[in-house]
Design a protein around this ligand. Structure first.
Ligand code: ADP
Length: 489
């Protein structure tokens, strides 16, 4: 009970005789050691117990908590450069346990900043586990109204990919397999990328003479969402990018097809002014470009980028050898729209009336250009204005939603009345419901941004000043309101 308390310190190095340097409460001290302490066993970072005279008497279990930071570089002299915070890079020593461990830029390490030592390497869930997906079962037949785009991407990607030998015979270098799909959201860009991956699996199974299941097992679809890749910690985004491509190369090295899909690619170029990091684009963009260049030599890696904002796409990404095939995915026009509706309201769906007539009716409703369907008024800074209708905002996703709503209404109807099948009224109500739901879409706060994101017709040429929602169809449609209330959303 009478013994004074002991304190703890971190061993730094041995000195003359049996004295050692330790870090004790942030101060460096040279202290004596008890004869019982095995000096040979001490390594930098070892925790020591000091007695009341501050002589080291015992080595104790090492502290195992601290800060986790990314490695910037392992210096040649075994010291390590770590990024403690943005704009705070430090050189630390290695704790004994790490003396012979290989550390790479981007690795995460546990550090004790007081003793200025890197204590241990921390293994963290790798981003690639999150983005690595089985090749999705989407085929080109499931995509409506994009015949031209599909043909373009097939020419650009599949032909060279599948006919590599033929290309070589003619002395052609198979072109770099990189494609950029751009256009408004919900119009099928992701679907196309998935279908490409699926098609490649089928073809490569054919070429190699293996079963589709086996080919599926071995190929990879890396689905990377631009904003998810952005991380406010220094070096973290770069690390993720590196890991994604590393994983792709690993898979590709075994001769399996790999598709790397970058969704919302513009996020990686849109970092300025977001407060994430001032120099983020100066390191991320070049790294991404370098990685894309790095897979050039690999015949079976295809990089597909998708973006809603063609205006934000860095020209550097489109240079030959990178994503040099640009494919525009437009909003479906009436003909394409009808095709997409038909895909979801196909032969397998019970209908009350003639299917073709139902599709005609729905298409007419959706693509109606009368004032009743007016959606927003766009005012330009040059004084002009445009009235846009619902049809100007229709996407594949909207059309699918409409059919889904109609089907749900038909199910409810069947339960209530016993009458089977989707009818005209269901479609009409579904269209109105979809219309109402989309009404709060225009963003008054950033009309210009909104206009570009939605791919507003003409917005690239004229500055948009304001976007004024119009009430068109919903005005005075109390009857419809009642119907839409019941629609499960
Ligand atoms: P994007 O990547 O362009 O934002 P998606 O490909 O993810 O859009 O489309 C979202 C959903 O909308 C798809 O899962 C699909 O159900 C539907 N869809 C979009 N475009 C089409 C299309 N052209 N044909 C059939 N369905 C479509």
């Amino acid at each position: 009970m009478g013994d004074p308390p002991n304190s703890y310190a971190t061993f730094l190095r041995r000195c003359e005789g049996s004295t050692i340097d330790v870090l004790h409460h942030g101060r460096r001290l040279r202290v004596a050691t008890a004869a019982s302490l095995d000096l040979e066993a001490l390594v930098p970072g070892t925790e020591l117990r000091l007695n009341e005279a501050l002589a080291a008497v015992e080595a104790v279990a090492q502290g195992d908590a601290g800060n986790v930071v990314p490695v910037v570089e392992a210096l040649a002299d075994s010291r390590i450069l770590v990024a403690v915070a943005p704009d705070d890079t430090r050189v630390l020593g290695r704790a004994g346990a790490l003396t012979s461990e290989q550390l790479h830029p981007g690795d995460h390490v546990l550090v004790d900043l007081k003793s200025q030592l890197v204590l241990e390497r921390i293994d963290r869930a790798e981003i690639t586990d999150l983005v690595l997906e089985q090749v999705p079962e989407v085929s080109f037949e499931q995509i409506g109204g994009l015949g031209e785009q599909i043909e373009a991407i097939r020419d650009a990607v599949e032909l060279p990919f599948l006919q590599q030998d033929l290309y070589r015979t003619y002395g052609l270098r198979p072109p770099q397999q990189g494609v950029l799909l751009y256009g408004p959201p919900g119009c099928g860009k992701t679907m196309i990328a998935k279908a490409v991956a699926h098609e490649l699996v089928l073809r490569s199974a054919e070429v190699r003479g293996v079963s589709v299941a086996e080919a599926l097992e071995n190929s990879a679809f890396l689905n990377v969402k631009g904003p998810e890749l952005l991380n406010k910690y220094v070096g973290e985004t770069e690390r993720s990018i590196r890991l994604v491509f590393e994983r792709a190369r690993e898979k590709a090295a075994a001769d399996h097809p790999v598709v790397i899909f970058f969704d919302e690619m513009e996020a990686l170029f849109r970092t300025r002014g977001t407060g994430l990091s001032s120099d983020v684009e100066t390191t991320i963009v070049p790294q991404l470009l370098a990685e894309i260049d790095g897979v050039e030599g690999l015949d079976n890696v295809i990089v597909i980028g998708a973006s809603n904002r063609e205006d934000m796409i860095d020209p550097a990404i489109l240079r030959p050898g990178r994503l040099d095939v640009k494919i525009r995915v437009r909003r479906p026009n009436a003909r394409a729209g009808r095709e997409i509706l038909g895909l979801y309201l196909d032969e397998s769906v019970p209908v009350r009336e003639d299917r073709e007539q139902l599709l005609d009716l729905a298409t007419r409703e959706i693509y109606d250009g009368s004032p009743a369907s007016a959606f927003v008024r766009v005012e330009y800074s040059d004084g002009g204005h445009d009235t846009l209708h619902f049809r100007d905002f229709v996407s594949g996703a909207t059309l699918r939603n409409i059919v889904d709503r109609a089907k749900k209404l038909a199910v409810k109807d069947q339960i209530a009345t016993g009458i089977v099948g989707v009818g005209a009224q269901h479609l009409q109500d579904a269209i109105t419901a979809e219309f109402v739901e989309n009404e709060d879409m225009p963003s008054a706060a950033h009309p210009e941004d909104w206009a570009r994101t939605t791919g507003l017709p003409g917005s690239g040429r004229r500055r948009v000043d304001a976007v004024v929602p119009l009430q068109g169809r919903t005005q005075g449609s109390a009857a419809h309101d009642e119907a839409t209330e019941e629609v499960p959303s």
